[in-house]
Design a protein around this ligand. Structure first.
Ligand code: AQP
Length: 328
């Protein structure tokens, strides 16, 4: 059995991008491996969050984990802030990180671009992410393509620590889907679909109503021409819609291309909307049931309890290796 860990930020409404790029793989991996999935609230506050919204979104993300198919009996589901070792190891990993390597992170560049006041937390985000992963001796990290660079840095930091202080950390591998690793924005096929995009028309939220989904897909930007062909270079927008179709219907890109041969964007988009609506319907039903059942509290308590046991052990090893004086 391998150890699997990943997290999602409660920084907005979860999107189809989060689901296809990450959560679908969380669900697929839970039966074979020992899994930890967390709501990374300490990461979310690297950009300003309203306290009330943060509380609501945190509970919503945890409920969406379960609604998407995670079984709390198989996988530990918890809040990052309920396991204090994350913040503590996060600091230690920050001390091992170089300014130059953090400055090269494209997420930092994107999120800080054009801003006057940039939080220092946004800069050291990848050091905290390294701590998240390394605390659990993680082998596999299911993520979307945008997190690949952060994972590379995690591997570098783990190697650097092991070299300086002795073999302590397992070096993790990314686990990225072949189709749908980077779902693009509906209004711009060159930008990633993102839950913090102020334009709600740019993403499909997992809890959007069927009417909203239909409206957003019918308004989605499409490339020139009218053929339904998968060609990321020349037809990024149509290719993106085809990836969404494939992941929500279980069909391959080739099957979709064949089915829509000779048809235009209108018919394709109409069908795509129905495919997305039916893929999300069971998830939304389950979400509503979980939120009203009040089970989330217990799921998060149990998850944090299991996570704390593993995380505290690793942290103790790290502190000993680095030369911290144990409590006398
Ligand atoms: N568009 C996407 N396509 C495929 N995968 C995606 N992920 C995010 N967007 C896409 C994957 O979802 C997981 C959780 O992401 P996150 O919450 O840690 O933050 P993020 O990567 O920065 O995603 P967002 O939605 O764009 O959030 P904001 O707007 O708050 O920054 C990750 O595995 C990510 O790869």
């Amino acid at each position: 059995k391998l150890r699997v860990l990943s997290g999602i930020q409660p920084s907005g409404k979860l999107t189809l991008g989060n689901y296809i790029g990450a959560m679908k793989n969380f669900v697929a991996l839970q039966h074979e491996h020992e899994c930890f999935f967390m709501v990374v609230d300490l990461h979310a506050v690297t950009v300003p969050q309203e306290p009330e919204a943060l509380r609501e979104q945190s509970e919503a993300v945890a409920a969406l984990f379960v609604a998407a198919g995670l079984d709390p009996a198989q996988a530990s589901i918890f809040m990052q802030s309920h396991v204090p070792a994350h913040a503590e190891l996060g600091w230690l990993m920050t001390t091992l990180s170089y300014m130059g390597e953090l400055e090269r992170m494209t997420q930092f560049k994107d999120k800080s671009e054009g801003k006057e006041a940039i939080g220092a937390g946004l800069f050291v985000y990848p050091s905290l992410m390294a701590a998240d992963i390394l605390l659990y001796n993680t082998n596999l990290v299911p993520v979307g393509d945008d997190q690949k660079q952060h994972l590379e840095l995690t591997r570098d930091l783990a190697g650097r620590f092991n070299y300086r202080f002795g073999e302590t950390f397992v070096i993790p591998e990314p686990f990225i889907p072949k189709v749908g690793a980077r779902i693009m924005s509906l209004d711009d096929g060159t930008k990633k679909m993102s839950k913090s995009n102020p334009n709600a028309g740019s993403y499909i939220a997992l809890l959007d109503t069927p009417e909203d989904i239909r409206k957003k897909i019918s308004r989605a930007k499409t490339d020139l021409g009218r053929e339904i062909v998968f060609d990321v270079q020349n037809k990024p927008e149509v290719s993106n819609l085809m990836s969404i179709y494939a992941k929500c219907s279980g069909q391959t890109i080739e099957q979709i291309q064949a089915a829509y041969d000779g048809q235009g964007y209108g018919a394709f988009k109409k069908d795509l909307a129905e495919v997305v609506v039916s893929a999300l319907e069971p998830l939304q039903k389950k979400y509503n049931a979980i939120r009203s059942s009040g089970e989330i509290g217990k799921i998060l308590r149990d998850g944090a309890e299991r996570a704390n046991v593993v995380a505290e052990q690793t942290l103790a090893k790290v502190k000993e290796a680095m030369g911290f004086l144990p409590p006398l």
